[in-house]
Write a protein that binds this ligand. Structure first.
Ligand code: FES
Length: 175
């Protein structure tokens, strides 16, 4: 929850892959709103905050946490790439601590996924990318690179890793 505006309004933030996901409106209305109204009937208006969370600068360099759920932990971050090496709505594949991961960028927001299809776990990096959609080269499942959501089988999604951007440095932490 981001803020409570008395007497009847709350603002919430959806975390991790929910933020920016095309299905987040449904999550908000069918899940979160129902639960809040059931337990707090005096709340009648629920709004959604967008975007990541900013954090304290590191050595004077601004930090932008793309994955808000990672905000409270400082340990375990690994360097992955420079921000300007990651193409907009395309992919960059890097190996970090022995893991192949896929990085993508959307207006300054960076996403990171394990290089493994949610169907049979096969590598995705040779797949075609069309306007932010990655198509698995094996059986053509389609994935939103912005949210990790599988557009072919909505019940599955890519394995997401936490990302933070410190200046031009992109760091990830394995989930
Ligand atoms: S392994 Fe990717 S769609 Fe089958």
């Amino acid at each position: 929850m981001v803020e409570i505006i008395t007497p009847d309004t709350v603002t919430i933030r959806l975390l991790g892959a929910c933020d920016g996901c095309p299905a987040s409106g449904l999550t908000l209305s069918e899940g979160v709103e129902k639960a809040i109204k059931e337990y707090c009937p005096e709340i009648t208006t629920i709004t959604k905050a967008r975007g990541g969370v900013t954090a304290k600068p590191v050595d004077g360099i601004p930090v932008h946490f793309v994955s808000p759920f990672a905000n409270s932990e400082d340990a375990g971050w690994e360097y992955a790439a420079l921000l300007d090496e990651i193409p907009e709505r395309q992919i960059k594949v890097v190996t970090v601590a022995g893991n192949e991961v896929i990085l993508s960028r959307f207006d300054g927001k960076v996403t990171c996924y394990q290089n493994a299809c949610a169907h049979l776990g096969m590598p995705l990096d040779m797949g075609e990318v069309r306007n932010g959609i990655l198509i698995c080269p094996h059986h053509a499942f389609e994935y939103s690179l912005e949210s990790g959501e599988c557009l072919t089988a909505p019940e599955v999604q890519l394995q997401t890793h936490a990302v933070k951007v410190v200046g031009n440095r992109v760091e990830i932490r394995f989930s």
